[in-house]
Design a protein around this ligand. Structure first.
Ligand code: COI
Length: 359
């Protein structure tokens, strides 16, 4: 087991009331950090008071975006216990993102331990109101000081935590998404499958335009034909057309969502017909017009988010009467039930805090 040095804050803050929580605005008292230096590897794992970094203006990440992160959650159940959801899968995904960005691999045991130890120290920050959770953000940034394009020789890995409520202001109410036929988030062969700053930067302009037209988010289409669904940027996309559940395949242009994976597992175990296949925007519109469509997004932050309206080329298509579909609701209830420990966890997805062998 990794030896983690701990320095506790002398000025602890008061967590906000659960009812006031939004997303990503409040952070806990401590953070985890360790550094990488070429020739030395990852070193000095420690938990310290939450606080700013001092970075030279020529720091690599500020210019060339060599940065990765992940996002996962801890939940406090009605039994008062705290559960981490799919921690090993998030640690492995962080390493896959690292490969895309030429960032040195992390020991997944250390990543798991860093998160577990930090959540343990700040566990009074895990909210308990239904729908709230503790969001966990492991991050790696390139810290070598230079101008010129090559991988950094030094990095900081750090983890921060924050209590959160719903990601969308709509909560569990259906969101409206706009399919862009001009802008592109990522293309096959690019960084689309990595959880890296660049993908989010690429989404900002389109998201702002969508919001100006009254939409919550952009539905990104493939970067070559602008025809096939990719993802929403903050979540993977899924549809039920009649009795088939369809979601775009992991083709290198979209993120391998862990909620996506959980939902596919549930759907298959429920005996539904599930296809990971390319799905064209025309097929979606035809199904919406014929009232044969239910649509939702999946993501750690977004959980299961129903889609009530789709915009495309100046037209608006109402989906499932603008209401949350039955299957969407069932998925939400099941995933949330497992996350909060209210339902059995036959997949072993959750780990109780303070119980290294699982919960
Ligand atoms: C997550 O779902 O964890 C993400 O990182 C998405 C981000 C938009 C908050």
């Amino acid at each position: 087991m990794t030896e983690i040095a701990i320095t506790r804050t002398t000025t602890p803050n008061q967590p906000p009331a659960d009812e006031t929580l939004t997303f990503g605005k409040v952070f806990t008292d401590h953070m985890f950090r360790m550094e990488y230096d070429a020739g030395r590897g990852w070193h000095d794992p420690r938990i310290v008071p939450y606080g700013p970094f001092t970075l030279d203006p020529a720091t690599c990440v500020l210019h060339y975006g060599q940065a990765i992160f992940d996002g996962m959650k801890a939940f406090r159940g009605g039994d008062g216990l705290v559960r981490l959801f799919r921690l090993p899968d998030h640690a492995r995904r962080l390493n896959r993102s690292a490969q895309y960005l030429c960032i040195p691999e992390l020991d997944t045991d250390v990543v798991e331990e860093s998160i577990r130890a930090l959540v343990e120290i700040d566990q009074r920050w895990v909210p308990s109101l239904p729908g709230t959770s503790l969001y966990i953000r492991p991050t790696v940034i390139a810290t070598e000081t230079f101008l010129g394009v090559h991988p950094s020789s030094s990095y900081i890995y750090y983890v921060i935590l924050g209590p959160v409520g719903a990601y969308y202001k709509e909560g569990m109410n259906p969101v409206r998404i706009l399919a862009s036929d001009t802008l592109v988030r990522a293309v096959k062969g690019g960084l689309g499958a990595a959880k890296t700053a660049a993908n989010y930067a690429a989404s900002l302009y389109g998201a702002e335009q969508a919001q100006q037209q009254g939409y919550t988010q952009v539905l990104w289409l493939d970067g070559v034909e602008h025809r096939y669904l990719d993802e929403v940027g903050t979540m993977n996309i899924m549809l039920r057309i009649d009795d088939e559940v369809v979601t775009p395949p992991l083709n290198g242009a979209i993120l391998a969502g862990i909620t996506r994976d959980s939902v596919l597992r549930l759907l298959r175990d429920w005996g539904l017909r599930v296809s990971e296949r390319p799905v064209a925007i025309d097929e979606v519109i035809a199904a919406a017009q014929a009232s044969r469509l239910e649509m939702w997004g999946t993501g750690t932050a977004a959980v299961i988010s129903p889609v009530g309206e789709l915009g495309y080329k100046g037209e608006r298509y109402v989906i499932n009467g603008g209401r949350t579909g039955e299957l969407t609701q069932r998925l939400y209830d099941t995933i949330v039930g497992i996350q909060y420990g209210a339902a059995p966890d036959p997949y072993g997805w959750t780990r109780l805090l303070g119980n290294r062998l699982g919960g």
